[in-house]
Design a binder for this molecule. Structure first.
Ligand code: TXA
Ligand code: MG
Length: 333
């Protein structure tokens, strides 16, 4: 048997026993358990230290399996699935009774995604179970984009981490709800709004994507209200040209201040820095962002000044994650 077969068989066997296993997906690593089992899913929240009101995404390997998880696969859902699945899109629909209420935190709707990573698909298929899986980090930490990140956060807490290499996408899936009046993107991913508009012309972006919830406002997607993706350091997004950025950090630089900049900029910046991809390549930034935030922690950064990514199309996902890492602190030069 190949390593692929041994690993996926072992993961599927544990999942069938109601255990929790870390698995690779094309976006980020997931902490998976059977979406049918209250106790298995409850274990996920406990291991991550996840707030009890933040529901999980259910991962399926086929539309047949999806049918067991939702009331109905609507026309809109079919159209999205045809275009984007398997892949980094999560669709919210009314849930079936079979899905554990612990997955949805008592909500009537469930988030579903068919990942494209061959290891994830094989594990779902072999277990025969829809798998509830949030990102496999401790709650509040940057999402894991390789098995070593999962180990850093969860070593000793789970029976198995399947290593499927570095995640190709690097930021979590685009989340769209089909349960509101118009289809609404609750979390931007690497699939841009423009691609979704081609399939659902009336789709819109939730304003929570790039602005902070007001006090008393209810989150459409509970996950968006938490400070997230954070390194231990304080993060500040700095908008403006490289020249102004370089001047700004030079004035503020001290021992533990770091810059998070684009490739090729490091020699212009007079404080220690970490690069997260070329300025013009949001997909590469997405791939590197979370690993860069984790590296800044390892270096002991106390403050991180981040160059601002493009906020359009694929860049919006990167900006959205950085904004949350920064607790919405943005300086415009
Ligand atoms: O790419 C991804 O989506 C990764 C991989 C593992 O698939 N998973 C992931 O899960 O990012 P998590 O738990 O870190 O984020 C799930 C997001 C949260 O913002 C949560 O609030 C939202 O989806 N969500 C889940 N179910 C929901 C529901 N029924 N209604 C509204 N939002 C929901
Ligand atoms: Mg997460």
């Amino acid at each position: 048997m190949s390593n692929f077969e041994i690993g996926t068989e072992r993961a599927a066997a544990l999942l069938k026993e109601g255990r929790v296993v870390a698995i690779p997906t094309e976006t980020v690593y997931g902490l998976a358990a059977s979406a049918f089992s209250d106790s298995a899913v409850a274990e996920i929240y406990k291991i991550k230290g996840r707030p009890q009101d933040n529901p999980l995404i259910v991962h399926v390997s086929s539309l047949e399996m999806m049918r067991t998880a939702v009331k109905e696969i609507t026309q809109q859902a079919h159209a999205l699935a045809r275009e984007f699945w398997p892949g980094p899109l999560t669709i919210i629909l009314p849930k079936s009774d079979k899905i554990s209420k612990v997955v949805t935190c008592g909500l009537d709707n469930v988030a579903i995604r068919m990942p494209s990573h061959p290891v994830a698909l094989a594990i779902i298929e072999k277990s025969g179970l829809p798998l509830a899986a949030p990102s496999a980090n401790l709650s509040g930490r940057p999402s894991p984009t390789c098995a070593a990140h999962v180990r850093d956060d969860l070593d000793g807490k789970i029976p198995l981490i399947i290593d499927g290499g570095m995640c190709e996408v690097g930021v979590e899936s685009t989340v769209i709800t089909l349960c509101s009046e118009v289809p609404t993107i609750l979390r931007p991913g690497i699939i841009p709004l423009s691609a979704i508009l081609k399939i659902l012309p009336d789709a819109q972006l939730s304003h929570s994507v790039d602005s902070e919830l007001q006090e008393g406002e209810k989150a459409e997607s509970p996950g968006m209200k938490y400070k997230h993706y954070s390194p231990r350091a304080e993060v500040v997004i700095v908008k403006g040209t490289l020249d102004r950025f370089a001047q700004y950090v030079k004035e503020r630089g001290c021992g533990d201040a770091y810059a998070l900049c684009f490739d090729g900029e490091q020699e212009r910046i007079m404080i220690p820095s970490v690069a997260y991809g070329p300025e013009e390549e949001p997909e590469q930034q997405a791939r590197e962002l979370f690993a860069s935030l984790r590296a800044l922690d390892r270096f002991g950064a106390s403050v991180v000044y981040a160059r601002c990514p493009d906020t359009r199309e694929g860049g919006l996902a990167v900006y959205n994650r950085l904004l949350r890492a920064a607790g919405f602190k943005v300086v415009d030069l």
